[in-house]
Design a protein around this ligand. Structure first.
Ligand code: DGL
Length: 274
């Protein structure tokens, strides 16, 4: 019997499911394994050391489960842990192990969407304070000006399934006002947190006409397809049975009920201990 070698997809909680959904559409036969660290979400307000430690534990857990390739489907983990893991930890985990994030693929294309060359980004406190987006975007689009705003209430509202309430709309409106007040020329708004696509409808109803709201799922999926074309050995090692297994560090029944909101289909998750 062939041992399963899925692509590991990790997020602090549910947000990575918005990425997984697009990965499954782009790579319909590849096997996936999703891990949500719901018990310790949100990561957004946590220190570098904590996000790094939690993320490394999750990556090692997915490696142990047979994943050779892990996608950090979390901007906060990509901003605060990815580089250290790639530079410091991967070598001792085996030469065939790889970890990729969601910030780099996004910054490679985001400038293409803006005519005014002014891009607004909303994200967690950790992502915004890391300055990863302005730094990376400057490499690919030196003429693009980046405006950021941290929205610490949004992930807790989503994790607690309270995102369709008048209270949630109030916070979303206040945060969007704060971001858009930084420049009247922002014509592209990037949702720089994988949880935020669940708020897309509300956000689109609150931004002025002419502001395009960008989500990351399709961008990350296109980038992974390209990566696997360039890394044929890695692609060949991933098993392809159109299979996906879900793990959560918190209550599986809660995960299953909530995951359906993100994925549009039902799942039965298994418990994970990191
Ligand atoms: N989904 C994660 C991101 O993209 C973060 C959520 C959190 O704060 O845990 O940043």
């Amino acid at each position: 019997m062939q041992t399963k070698k899925p692509i590991g997809v990790f997020d602090s909680g549910y947000g990575g499911l918005t990425i997984l959904k697009e990965l499954q559409l782009a790579l319909p036969t590849h096997d996936f394994m999703y891990l949500g660290d719901n018990a310790r979400a949100p990561y957004g307000p946590r220190s570098y050391d904590t996000v790094y430690q939690y993320t490394l534990e999750a990556v090692d857990w997915l490696f142990d489960k047979g994943c050779d390739l892990v996608i950090l489907a979390c901007n906060t983990a990509s901003a605060k842990a990815l580089r250290t893991i790639q530079q410091k930890d991967l070598a001792s985990r085996g030469s065939h192990k790889r970890v990729l994030g969601v910030i780099r693929p996004t910054t490679e294309v985001v400038g293409q969407f803006s005519s005014s060359k002014q891009v607004g980004i909303v994200g967690t406190k950790g992502t915004v304070e890391s300055e990863s987006y302005p730094t990376e975007i400057a490499k690919f689009f030196p003429d693009v000006k980046v405006f950021q705003h941290a929205c610490p209430m949004w992930v807790p509202l989503i994790e607690n399934r309270a995102y369709n309430t008048p209270g949630a709309r109030y916070f979303i409106e206040q945060d969007l006002k704060s971001l858009l007040a930084q420049s009247a020329k922002i014509d592209t708004l990037l949702l720089g947190c994988t949880h935020y696509p669940l708020l897309l409808e509300t956000i689109e109803s609150l931004v002025p006409n002419g502001v395009k709201v960008l989500t990351q799922g399709a961008i990350v999926a296109a980038s992974l397809v390209n990566y696997l074309k360039r890394h044929a050995d890695m692609d060949a090692s991933i098993t392809k049975n159109n299979d996906c297994v879900f793990y959560t560090t918190d209550a599986t029944l809660d995960f299953d009920a909530h995951a359906a909101d993100f994925l549009g289909y039902s799942v039965e998750s298994l418990p994970a201990m990191l």
